[in-house]
Design a protein. Structure first.
Length: 181
């Protein structure tokens, strides 16, 4: 065996020893693949229960705003929205989810515009002056057709039950919980 072949054999042996052999070795330990993290169930519906009583439900549209729906579902499932206020209530909209409770809180995330219209009961994500950036926490429901918001705000759902409850929300009303199905 020449010197070059010997060095290759020694190098290959060192790699096998360091990384482990694919052959089973008596007395060795078996390597198991890590278990994958459980994937959360798909998010297609949200039910918002108010602390003062009453609830409303809306469909979620992961086909139109996948990151927005995933973020909203994750926050809802974690209890993030529990006890958050509806800080903005006007004749055409109710808005809540602000961690600071005054309309100034929440992280910055990319916008996800789509072709869903802001019809009566549409659910959207708040944003500031920069149209490329959404608020990662604050969301709203329109109480009137609001087509002027189309393609200007991320629309990610539509109220299917309890629009009368939405219409009765007052500034300071609290979210008790949001259930995601």
């Amino acid at each position: 065996m020449n010197r070059r072949s010997l060095l290759r054999a020694v190098g290959a042996s060192a790699v096998v020893a360091a990384c482990g052999s694919s052959a089973s070795t008596p007395g060795g330990t078996a390597t198991r693949s890590p278990s994958p993290s459980p994937t959360p169930a798909p998010a297609n519906k949200a039910t918002v229960e108010l602390a003062r009583g009453g609830s409303f439900a809306f469909t979620l549209r992961p086909d139109k705003a996948p990151q927005t729906v995933a973020r909203f579902a994750e926050k809802s499932r974690s209890g993030f929205y529990n006890d958050k206020l509806f800080h903005r209530v006007e004749d055409w909209v109710v808005q809540g989810g602000d961690p600071l409770g005054n309309g100034t809180g929440g992280e910055k995330v990319p916008s996800e515009y789509n072709d869903l219209p802001f019809a009566l009961g549409a659910v959207g994500i708040a944003r500031g002056q920069d149209p490329a950036i959404n608020n990662g926490s604050q969301w709203f429901v329109v109480k009137k057709e609001s087509r002027f918001l189309d393609k200007q705000y991320t629309n990610f759902g539509l109220v299917t039950d309890g629009m009368d409850v939405v219409s009765g929300i007052k500034i300071g009303d609290k979210i008790k919980t949001i259930k995601i199905e």
